[in-house]
Design a protein around this ligand. Structure first.
Ligand code: FE2
Ligand code: FE2
Length: 230
C-alpha cells in the first residue's frame, strides 16, 4: 500500500525561500530508519518534491519506480542500491521509468529531487564529483563542475575560494542552491552549510564569500520549466 502524504510546502515558485538546516526540520518518513527534511513539495500521494533524506545505518527504502525521474546528490556516507555503492560526492540521475531498492550500510544523507525531469530527458547519470575536473568560472576564485544540462535547465557544483565576489546577475529561470560547505553570502543574507535557497524567475543578486569560501550545488532555469507531471 502506498503511504499518502498530502502536503504542499514552498509550492509558490514565485516566492524566495531560505531554509536553514535545523534539527527541527527533520521528520520521520513512512520507512523506518529513513528521515527527511522537506524543502519543497507539490502534490499528494506522488509528489514533485525536493528533500534532504537521511538513512540510518543498515536501513533501506522500499523498492520503487521513478515515474517522473529522480535526481540525487550524496552529501554524506554511502548510498547503495542494486546498481552499486555511491559515496558522498556522487551525483545520480535515475530517469523516468527506472526502479530500484535503495539501502545504506553505514548510513547516508542525500539531496533528492523527484518529478523534475523534462519530457525526453532519459539519460542515466553517475558522476563521482570527487574525481571530476573543475573548470574555471566567470570570475577569479570561482570553479565550476557541470553535472547535467537539458532543455535550458543546468545543474552544477560551484566552488568559491575565500573572498570571491561574483557579478550582479539575474536568474531568468530561477535559481536553487544547497550550500554544501563553508559560508555563501549575498546582499540579502548569510547562508551556512546546509542552507537551501530558492530564488524565483528574474530574481537578481550579487553573491560573495568571506574567509571560509563555499561549495554549493546550483540549479538554474527550472522554475519556469515544463516537467513530467504526476
Ligand atoms: Fe529512488
Ligand atoms: Fe545566482
Amino acid at each position: 500500500m502506498q503511504m499518502v502524504t498530502p502536503l504542499n510546502l514552498n509550492d509558490d515558485f514565485s516566492r524566495r525561500v531560505v531554509a536553514p538546516a535545523t534539527d527541527a526540520a527533520w521528520a520521520p518518513s513512512p520507512q523506518p530508519g529513513v528521515a527527511r527534511r522537506m524543502l519543497d513539495r507539490v502534490g499528494g500521494e506522488v509528489a514533485r518534491a525536493t528533500s534532504v533524506v537521511r538513512y540510518a545505518p543498515n536501513s533501506h527504502f522500499e523498492r520503487h519506480f521513478h515515474g517522473g525521474g529522480e535526481e540525487i546528490l550524496v552529501l554524506e556516507g554511502v548510498f547503495s542500491d542494486e546498481s552499486g555503492d555511491y559515496p558522498a560526492g556522487t551525483y545520480l540521475r535515475n530517469p523516468p521509468g527506472s526502479a530500484h531498492a535503495p539501502f545504506s550500510r553505514e548510513g547516508c544523507v542525500l539531496l533528492v529531487k523527484l518529478w523534475q525531469f523534462a519530457p525526453g530527458d532519459t539519460e542515466t547519470v553517475r558522476i563521482d564529483t570527487r574525481a571530476e575536473p573543475w573548470r574555471a568560472g566567470l570570475v577569479p576564485g570561482l570553479a565550476v563542475m557541470p553535472l547535467h544540462e537539458f532543455d535550458g535547465v543546468s545543474t552544477a557544483l560551484v566552488r568559491w575560494a575565500p573572498q570571491t565576489r561574483f557579478n550582479t546577475h539575474a536568474h531568468p529561470g530561477g535559481e536553487e542552491i544547497l550550500v554544501l560547505e563553508g559560508l555563501f553570502q549575498d546582499e540579502a543574507g548569510d547562508y551556512p552549510a546546509g542552507t537551501w535557497l530558492r530564488s524565483p524567475r528574474w530574481s537578481r543578486h550579487t553573491p560573495f564569500t568571506g574567509a571560509q569560501g563555499a561549495l554549493i550545488y546550483v540549479k538554474v532555469g527550472h522554475l519556469g520549466a515544463e516537467f513530467l507531471t504526476p
